[in-house]
Design a protein around this ligand. Sequence first.
Ligand code: SF4
Length: 266
Amino acid sequence: MAVESSLAAPLMEVFASIQGEGLYVGEPQVFVRLRGCPLRCRWCDTPGSWKLDGAEREVRIDARSGVRRANTWATPFQTVCWIAECEPDRPRTVSITGGEPLLWPAYVRALASFASSRRIHLETAGAHPRALAEVLDVVHHVSLDLKLPDDLDEPVEIEVAHAESVPRTRAEWAETRAQCLALVRGADACAKLIVAGHRRPEQFDELLESVAEHAPKLPVFVQPATPIGAVGAPSIELCTAVAERARALELSVRVIPQIHRILHIP
Ligand code: SF4
């Protein structure tokens, strides 16, 4: 595995699109998708990002001049050059997504430094509070997933130096979630809660109660799962019931589907 520098990280794709989720939904952004994720969400819509080296060990760069590919391992400086190539016009907010970007906190910090004229958004599964604490002062927005333990298959080990081990049990998830929520309390951040079709409203109480306890002002987005494999879409009644349970806890809540799926854009 050829690594260019200690700050390099494996990228899957760099592309311009419209933010389809969360607090900044609808905003034109540039997306930097990193490879590597130890979690196995049953409704994952980017399983191609799970492994560090994809089948072709390449990053896809959707540049204005056309799509091209390069070695998957990229330095932050190289990434900033690709971001500029992908933007249609004026500099955009950069959304660092994955995979799990917090496998690579040093890369995220350096990328934010090289791209200091832009807003940097971080999308994370909320399983790495130590890494989140490392990058919090250099990112402008955090979109934090709230994972329902019942929606997760057994996590896998990822060979990344100094990576935190991820939670496995319900108790470990509760502790990790509390740490992440406490970190983003008062910050420009939001929480995303994916609702799959086969769930009951009360299953989400443990997530909502964590928000109410640790970050009560955090905007919460109830996001209907996009049907994938055995996971079906939820009914509007289920989404509404979850939102009402959030409202009962005096949380700020919105129900918003993934709009990039509706628009058929990446
Ligand atoms: S954390 Fe994200 S990339 Fe990882 S399995 Fe879950 S949805 Fe997929």
